[in-house]
Ligand binder design. Structure first.
Ligand SMILES: [Zn+2]
Length: 288
C-alpha cells in the first residue's frame, strides 16, 4: 500500500493520465472533496468510503426543526470560516490548466467551495450548489452568507469566538447547548434561510442535472478526481456514461463506488499526479 505514494508511482500515474487525456481529448470531469483537502477543507470520508465524521445535516430535518437550524447556524458561525479562508490548491490549478489547454468539456464539482472558479475554471457546474450564498426558502430573497453570519454573530455574541474542528460544508464539531441561539429569518417574509447547497436528502435541481448530463454526452470520456462517488447524484453520471460505453477513469486516494465500471484507476495523491499529467501534455504539444 505504501508504494502508491512513491515518486515513481506518482510519475507512472501522471504519465498514464496524460495518455488517457491525449487519447480522449474531450473530458467530462467530476471532482469531490479530495481536490479541496490541500486547501484546508477536510473531506467527509476515509479511504474505504466510510464517514469520517457525523453525516451532514439532512434537508428534511433542517426545514422542519427549529432546533436543528439553531444547531446548524451556531456551528456554522465557527466552521464556515474555514471555507471562507480556503485558498486554491494545486489540483484546482492543474484542472484549470487542462481546461485552458482545451481538454475539459465540462467540469462538474460536488464541492460547494467555489475554488475551481477561483482557480480559473470556467466550464464549471456546482452540482451541489454553493456555500457562500443563502436564499429564503419561501420568497427566494438571496444574500451573501458572510453578511448573514455577521448579523447572526451580532445577535449571538456568546456563540462567537469558539473553536472547533470543521467540515467541508462549513459545519463544525461543536457540541454545546444551542437552545439560546437566535436564528435570523428572511427579513422580507419571515421565511427560512438556507445556504444554496443541496443537502443530503434533497435533490439536485433538474436543470442543473440535465446541463451536467448534456456535458457528459458531448465528452469522449469521464474522469473522477478526488471523489468516492458514494453520493448517488454524482455516481449516476458514471452509470450513465458506462451504459454508453464511454471510457471511465478515476484518480483518488481511496475506493470509489464506480470501481467496477472503471477502465483506468490511479490510486495516488491528486496534485502531483495532475501536475505531472499537465506537464506531459505541454511537452507533447510543444513537440507537435
Ligand atoms: Zn423570504
Amino acid at each position: 500500500m505504501q508504494s502508491v505514494h512513491t515518486a515513481e508511482a506518482v510519475a507512472r500515474a501522471g504519465e498514464a493520465l496524460a495518455d488517457f487525456i491525449r487519447r480522449e481529448q474531450r473530458l467530462w470531469i467530476i471532482t469531490g472533496a479530495g481536490v479541496s483537502t490541500d486547501s484546508g477543507i477536510p473531506d467527509y470520508r476515509n479511504a474505504q468510503g466510510q464517514w469520517k465524521r457525523s453525516p451532514p445535516v439532512q434537508h428534511g430535518d433542517f426545514m422542519t426543526s427549529e432546533a436543528v437550524r439553531r444547531r446548524y447556524w451556531a456551528r456554522a458561525l465557527v466552521g464556515f470560516e474555514a471555507v471562507r479562508e480556503a485558498t486554491i490548491g494545486g489540483a484546482h490549478r492543474a484542472l484549470a490548466e487542462l481546461e485552458a489547454m482545451g481538454y475539459v468539456e465540462q467540469l462538474v464539482t460536488q464541492n460547494v467551495d467555489r475554488l475551481h472558479q477561483r482557480a480559473g475554471s470556467r466550464r464549471v457546474i456546482d452540482l451541489h450548489g454553493r456555500a457562500d450564498t443563502v436564499s429564503c426558502t419561501s420568497c427566494g430573497y438571496k444574500m451573501m452568507r458572510y453578511a448573514l453570519h455577521a448579523e447572526m454573530a451580532r445577535y449571538n455574541p456568546a456563540f462567537t469566538g469558539l473553536d472547533a474542528g470543521h467540515a467541508p460544508d462549513g459545519d463544525a464539531d461543536l457540541e454545546i447547548d444551542f437552545s439560546t441561539f437566535r436564528v435570523l429569518d428572511c427579513r422580507r417574509c419571515g421565511g427560512i434561510f438556507k445556504p444554496d447547497v443541496v443537502y443530503y436528502g434533497d435533490v439536485v435541481p433538474r436543470a442543473r442535472r440535465e446541463a451536467a448530463l448534456e456535458g457528459l454526452f458531448r465528452a469522449n470520456a469521464a474522469l473522477a478526481v478526488g471523489t468516492s462517488l458514494m453520493v448517488f447524484s454524482g455516481y449516476r453520471f458514471f452509470r450513465e456514461a458506462h451504459a454508453r460505453g464511454m471510457p471511465l477513469a478515476s484518480l483518488s486516494l481511496g475506493v470509489t463506488r464506480a470501481d467496477p465500471l472503471l477502465t483506468a484507476k490511479w490510486r495516488a495523491p491528486l496534485t502531483p499526479v495532475l501536475e505531472q499529467a499537465v506537464s506531459h501534455l505541454k511537452q507533447t504539444r510543444g513537440a507537435a
